[in-house]
Design a protein around this ligand. Structure first.
Ligand code: 6GU
Length: 225
């Protein structure tokens, strides 16, 4: 998979996308991430990328021309399966959307900043608009990192069997069950006996029960009961 990310502040994303599982996926050549600075495509001596919104109201809007120049220059080198704009007014990201996107080969992500981007860029280029939750971030960069992380961990070969994505929360529509590691007793608190029993079927049943109980309490909206 190749992920190109356009942003006014690409530096924000350097560290989050350079460690742990994402870093290993890059080293294994399972993913290539290319951060593209929008400022390089800015207008005039001041490399302007934003301006005041027509109709008034606060904040600034990313102008169409720098974004279009940037996108068109990427188009000369790549074709994209999807052009995704990260925005709080997009479709809410969930595991199903992540699973669908994780099998794509080439994605272009666009991060808004300030009050967002000129609508005409969305109309002309964007094929999918995604929000990562019902709260407001200062820009799309952290959202782009969240989306990138959740896609990369689903690419076959990125996670070893020992941390298979199949046992994640949401992958089966349920929250994950509690987990424990050594020591067996800590602070007077014991690990649930069933987990030390060696009885695989009983362990699986316990985990499912715990998942269902946790989901019913915290996220009843996930259960179609
Ligand atoms: Cl994608 N962008 C911004 N700025 N805020 C958000 C978001 C995205 N998703 C949730 N809040």
């Amino acid at each position: 998979m190749r992920i190109d990310i356009i942003s006014v502040l690409p530096e924000i994303m350097e560290s989050p996308l350079s460690h742990s599982i994402i870093q290993r996926a890059k080293q294994k050549n399972l993913v290539e991430i290319n951060l593209v600075g929008l400022r390089d495509f800015g207008i005039g001596n001041y490399k302007q990328v934003d301006d005041y919104p027509y109709g008034g109201g606060g904040g600034m809007v990313l102008r169409a021309e720098p974004l279009a120049t940037c996108i068109e220059s990427l188009y000369t080198q790549h074709t994209y399966d999807d052009v995704i704009y990260l925005t709080p007014d997009g479709y809410l990201l969930n595991q199903k959307i992540a699973n669908q996107l994780s099998i794509k080969q080439n994605l272009l992500l666009i991060c808004g900043h300030y009050k967002g981007i000129d609508q005409r860029i969305r109309d002309k280029y964007v094929t999918l608009e995604i929000s990562i939750g019902d709260y407001v971030l200062s820009g799309g960069e952290l959202a782009a990192c969240v989306l990138t992380d959740t896609l990369i961990r689903l690419i076959p070969g990125v996670l070893g069997d020992e941390m298979s994505a199949l046992s994640d929360s949401f992958q089966d529509g349920l929250l994950a069950p509690p987990v424990y590691t050594r020591p067996e007793v800590w602070d007077g608190r014991s690990v649930p006996e069933v987990l030390i029993s060696g009885h695989d079927q009983k362990i699986a049943e316990w985990r499912l029960d715990q998942s269902i109980a946790r989901t019913r309490k915290r996220r009843p909206d996930l259960l179609n009961e």
